[in-house]
Design a protein around this ligand. Sequence first.
Ligand SMILES: [Zn+2]
Length: 384
Amino acid sequence: MDARAASRSGRGQSPFSALTAEKTLHTTSKATPLQYTSHPPGAPRRTSNGYTCWQSISSPDGVGLASIANCAEFGRAPLFDLVFLGTAAAVPSAERGLPAVLVARGPSRFLIDCGEGTQRQLMRAGLGFRGLAHVLPHLDHVLGLAGLLATFALYRVEGTMEIVGSEETLGFVRRYLADTIGPESDGGYRLRAISPGPVLVRQGWRLDAFAVAHRGTESLGYRFQDEPRHPLLSERLDALGVPAGPERALLAQGRSVVLADGRDIVPEMVHGAPVAGAALAIVGDTEEIAGLVEPVRGADALVIEATFLERDAALARARGHLTAADAARLARDAEIGELLLTHISGRYSPEEILTEAARHFANVRVVADFGRMSVRARGDVVSS
Ligand SMILES: [Zn+2]
């Protein structure tokens, strides 16, 4: 019996088992300031910007991390979902796996880094494997790839995994996978070398890579960016008598509607000024922040390493890593919305790391394995 059949029969704990809200809600030490969080499928939630959303996180077949196709009342899905699968630095611990974070935008899922043991973290998170088409590993965060691909083959997960990275990273990955899983031609994966610049352009959003300095390697960081959009003005909608439901969804998509009383409503009558789209920046290992200010500028969330504390700054320099204070100064200088610190060394407590970072940038948290959050634009609010 394969895994999906086992799941349908309800036998055992399958990686394709359905998620529950209880399983998926994990909090870190700070209260979330983000406007969206996961909540039970079908349960409407009114967010602080006035939207009602239904963010289904049920995924019986493992296809969707967070099906947000029907999330926003106005028929749009302007957010990126994050699941932290591994938040340790060089060595795992009982609480922290080796680096990996899953990013989802609608049905598109990306694994940023794939440290050893990532496949089991995916199972423990209840995420399943399907739809995981893109992996973007940093050079020394790739050792989970062989096991993940082996399991894909055993479970007969459809599709080819695209592994994206610099030429240098892929050179190592090519040798490593050829000796374990097999060559690219029949290993269920495809290697795609990229340079700083566009990686993927999709309707309404894009993914770009930027150069990251780390011990002379060809390392990359990533920026997920929504296009700007025109929010609907709820007061004008109410004043014009546009009912909640499909009419508002169509107007949000830029289409005109005819109300029951025959009046035509065109989008320009209810659209507000354009607002920036959500932006999420993710930086793996790095040793300096000056070159990162512009690539990550204005991001609503920045995920970045904080391997050392200032008292070990010399060690941080020697090993090509940041201190928590470095990461926080970058967040401050680049006007980040929220700073999410990861790549956590066992030599410090999360509280120490948080305290050091918070001296320079207030909206910061140290993330934990299986922590989840959604990132949306700070300016994305409905007002008249
Ligand atoms: Zn690392």
